[in-house]
Unconditional design. Structure first.
Lengths: 119, 107
């Protein structure tokens, strides 16, 4: 069974840090470009970041550039998102998702992990 | 950045109806467009990729069309399980922006 399982969410104060993880199983993780997508309460989906198959290339949304770092460990079949200098507006459900190439769309998704930034 | 505008934002329809959702891109994206369905509390599910290709396992009542800047998602005969929120997403370049969503409700 194809599966992505996120973990690491929680409550953090503004200015704090969190590290999200996304464990993959049931497919060849190293063949997939991986992404983080977030959804604030009651709002739409927002693309956050991507990493290519070997981890050598990353891209970020302007809203998180310089604060978030995406990475992956193909030996552990795991994707990460290090989030620093968190802001109230970073509060959201964070999904990991992936595609084999952009042509095929994001066909694998995790169930999401909730990040709440509040004092 | 490429912006995607979906219309309508809300749609009320009945079981058996045919519905169409439109997604317009602020610049040409060829066929690098995907459609997703999201139900409350759940992750999005890929329905259509490359603007018109049905993802494996998705019912044939879903179809997509378009290229360039204008795209449509059509559900030919609504079923009870289709009431959800639908998003388009472009994958032409980064950021891979999503449309604002279309909430499909039961009339």
């Amino acid at each position: 069974e194809v599966q992505l399982v996120e973990s690491g969410g929680g409550l953090v104060q503004p200015g704090g840090s969190l590290r999200l993880s996304c464990a993959a199983s049931g497919f060849t993780f190293s063949n997939y470009w991986m992404h983080w997508v977030r959804q604030a309460p009651g709002k739409g989906l927002v693309w956050v970041s991507r990493v290519n198959t070997d981890g050598s290339g990353t891209t970020y949304a302007d809203s998180v550039k310089g604060r978030f770092t995406i990475s992956r460990d193909n030996a552990k079949n795991t994707l990460y998102l290090q989030m620093n200098s968190l802001r109230v507006e970073d509060t959201a459900v964070y999904y990991c998702a992936g595609f084999r190439s952009s042509w095929y769309g994001m066909d694998v998704w995790g169930q999401g992990t909730t990040v709440t930034v509040s004092s | 950045d490429i912006q995607l505008t979906q219309s309508p934002s809300f749609l009320s329809a009945s079981v058996g109806d045919r519905v169409t959702i439109t997604c317009r891109a602020s610049q040409g994206i060829s066929s690098y467009l995907a459609w997703y369905q999201q139900k409350p509390g759940k992750a999005p599910k890929l329905l259509i990729y490359a603007a018109s290709t049905l993802q494996s396992g998705v019912p044939s009542r879903f179809s997509g069309s378009g290229s360039g800047t204008e795209f449509t998602l059509t559900i030919s005969s609504l079923q009870p399980e289709d009431f959800a929120t639908y998003y388009c997403q472009h994958l032409n370049n980064y950021p891979h922006t999503f449309g604002q969503g279309t909430k499909l409700e039961i009339k």
